[in-house]
Every structure is written in structure tokens, then in C-alpha cells.
Design a protein around this ligand. Structure first.
Ligand code: SP5
Ligand code: ZN
Length: 333
């Protein structure tokens, strides 16, 4: 299996503010290094550097003002957190930097860093390069080991450790290259509020997310069953919010229902946003999904007839992250 790896991701190192306290984050560079080592040790994976993708493509998914805001990051010498949130719910990016941070960042977990634009673009480029190999059936499945993750990034906001929506940008690339129907399945522990936001009004993309009930977990404001899409996109967005302690068997049932919806849609491509933070030992998880569970999930998805793009999202149990990745990926080999 071909794996795209972002060569400069380690330049992006963050801290997070939780309830006013600056704290070591779980979103560390070691996450992708642990996965990379495990795959290399196992064998059967070929690592490649991404080709840096076109900024016009990124601009089809994210607003111009938001991208300019991220691009200016090379000037910042320290982590920049939001201070004032937008109490007016304006539609236009404000002038002042303090206001911009409040307008374009929705939490205190996702600071701006010095090399942000470079690393965020590389992360998205992993997903885009991977998607390019699916076109013309060159490859059946390709894995983008993206970092920073992407699925919480909306058209104009960063959050949940995400800046550019890697899976959405790759999906847009597939649309540009002629795809009429693409299914995105998000199995990260958290709702993909960004991916949902970006494709909410289109029927060209079916978005399905399986995640912790937002009444209990981040991102809190979205991920409910009632969010079904709007306009032409009505009926093309599905959310499966789940209770705590859900086990392999119960999760697999939801996965099988999701697969039924995907089969009915008949997509040309399947994009899977893969998070290993639904693992039972993950520090921020309250599900009971085992390593064998990830293997069963991988088996179900690898049986499908679609060209498949796997995009890395969350996953924070450094000790077992390599095992999670191998359990999930080996059925595709
Ligand atoms: C991509 C992804 O999985 N983003 C998730 C962001 C949710 N973060 C909220 C939880 C913050 C708790 N952090 C605890 C750190 C203790 N060391
Ligand atoms: Zn997550």
C-alpha cells in the first residue's frame, strides 16, 4: 500500500488551553512517527512524499480570508490562541488580528504556529496526492498519514487540532477530476463538523459520521441525527451519535448500516476519515473498541468495491497507535 507522509509535520508542535490552563496536548508529532515505524516494521507499505497541491484547489474548499489568516502564520514567534470570540456572528473576516483569531478559531485547542501554512498544506497534500493515485484505477486504496488532522476544520474556521480539511480537499480534487459521487465515511471518535459544513448543501458528496454523542463530547455543537443536509444536499448527511462504552459488536452494527447507505448511493470513490481515538485505551475516548475491533472495521471496508482513500485524523494512545493502524490497515493489503 502506498502511504503519503508529511515530511515537515514535526515543525508543528502545539499546546492547548483547557479551562484556562495551558496544558500538554495529545496531538503530538510522535503520533504519526509511531504509526510510520509500525508500518515500516511490518512491511508492505511504501512511503512517499506528497506533491504540494495547488492553492486554487484549497481555495475551492476554504474561504480566501481564512486562508490568508493561516498563511500569515510564518510571522508568529509563539503559539497564538483566540482571545475574543465573535459576539456578532458576522460573515466577514474582521480587520484586527485579535478579532481574526476569535473569528477563525473555534476553540482553545488549536493555536496558530510559526510553520502552520507549510505543514497544513503538506498535510492536505498527502490526501490530495493519495487521491490522484485512485483516479484511473491506478491504485485500489491509498493511505494519507496526514498531520495536522483535518475533519474539524470548516470553510472558515480552525478547531479540534485541525486547520485545513484534508479529506474535503482531496474529495474536491476527485470532483475536479470528474467524479460525480463520492462517499465520505468518518470513523474518528469525534463528529466531523468541518466535513459536514463543507458538503452540507451538495448531493455530490455523501457524508456519514460515526462518533461520540456531542451532548457528551467535543465538538458539542454538531453531530446530531437531525443534521441531514440542506438544499440539494438534503438526505446526503448522516450522523450516528453513540453512547459511551460502545463495544466492537455494537459499533460493527452501526458500520454495517452506514455501508448499506453507501452502497445505495453507489459512489465512485470512498474517502474514509480514520481516527484511532475510538480505541478503548485512547486518553480522550469512552468507547470500548478493541484492536480486534479495528481489524473487523478494516475488513468490512476493504471488502467494498470502491477506490478508497484513507485519511488519518485523530488517535492519541501513543503506546498502541501503531497496533491500531496495523489492525485497521492490514486487511487492505
Ligand atoms: C482530530 C481530533 O481528534 N480532534 C479532537 C479534538 C478534541 N480535543 C478536545 C479534548 C481536549 C482534552 N485534552 C486533554 C489533554 C490532556 N493531556
Ligand atoms: Zn477525534
Amino acid at each position: 500500500m502506498i502511504v503519503y507522509y508529511p515530511p515537515n509535520h514535526y515543525l508543528h508542535q502545539i499546546l492547548e488551553v483547557i479551562n484556562g490552563v495551558i496544558t500538554i496536548t495529545d496531538e503530538s508529532p510522535e503520533r504519526v512517527e509511531v504509526i510510520k515505524s509500525a508500518l515500516q516494521e511490518h512491511g508492505g507499505f511504501i512511503f512517499k512524499k506528497p506533491d504540494i497541491c495547488n492553492e486554487k484547489l484549497i481555495g475551492q474548499v476554504h474561504d480566501k480570508d481564512y486562508l490568508n489568516f493561516l498563511k500569515n502564520s510564518q510571522d508568529w514567534q509563539r503559539l497564538e490562541f483566540p482571545s475574543v470570540s465573535d459576539y456578532t456572528k458576522k460573515s466577514k473576516s474582521p480587520a484586527h488580528f485579535i478579532a481574526k483569531k476569535g473569528f477563525h478559531i473555534f476553540d482553545t485547542y488549536t493555536p496558530l504556529t510559526k510553520n502552520l501554512w507549510l505543514v497544513a498544506k503538506e498535510s492536505a497534500s498527502c490526501a490530495v496526492s493519495a487521491s490522484n493515485l485512485l483516479v484511473g484505477k491506478k491504485e485500489k486504496v491509498v493511505y494519507a498519514l496526514s498531520r495536522p488532522p483535518g475533519h474539524h476544520a470548516t470553510k472558515n474556521m480552525a478547531g479540534g487540532y485541525c486547520y485545513l480539511n484534508n479529506a474535503a480537499i482531496a474529495t474536491q480534487n476527485l470532483i475536479n477530476r470528474g467524479a460525480k459521487k463520492i462517499a465520505i465515511l468518518d470513523i474518528d471518535f469525534h463528529h466531523c463538523n468541518g466535513t459536514q459544513d463543507i458538503f452540507y448543501q451538495t448531493n455530490k458528496v455523501l457524508t456519514i459520521s460515526i462518533h461520540a454523542d456531542p451532548n457528551r463530547k467535543f465538538p458539542y455543537f454538531t453531530g446530531f441525527k437531525s443534521e441531514i443536509g440542506s438544499g440539494p444536499g438534503k438526505g446526503y448527511n448522516y450522523n450516528f451519535p453513540l453512547p459511551e462504552k460502545i463495544n466492537d459488536r455494537q459499533y460493527l452494527k452501526i458500520l454495517v448500516s452506514s455501508i448499506k447507505i453507501i452502497k445505495k448511493y453507489k459512489p465512485e470513490y470512498l474517502v474514509v476519515s480514520v481516527g484511532f481515538d475510538s480505541y478503548e485505551k485512547d486518553p480522550i475516548c469512552d468507547f470500548s473498541i478493541s484492536l480486534n475491533g479495528f481489524n473487523l472495521i478494516g475488513k468490512e471496508l476493504s471488502k467494498l468495491p470502491y477506490q478508497t482513500l484513507l485519511v488519518q485524523e485523530g488517535g492519541y494512545c501513543l503506546k498502541d497507535l501503531g497496533k491500531c493502524a496495523l489492525s485497521f490497515l492490514t486487511p487492505f493489503l
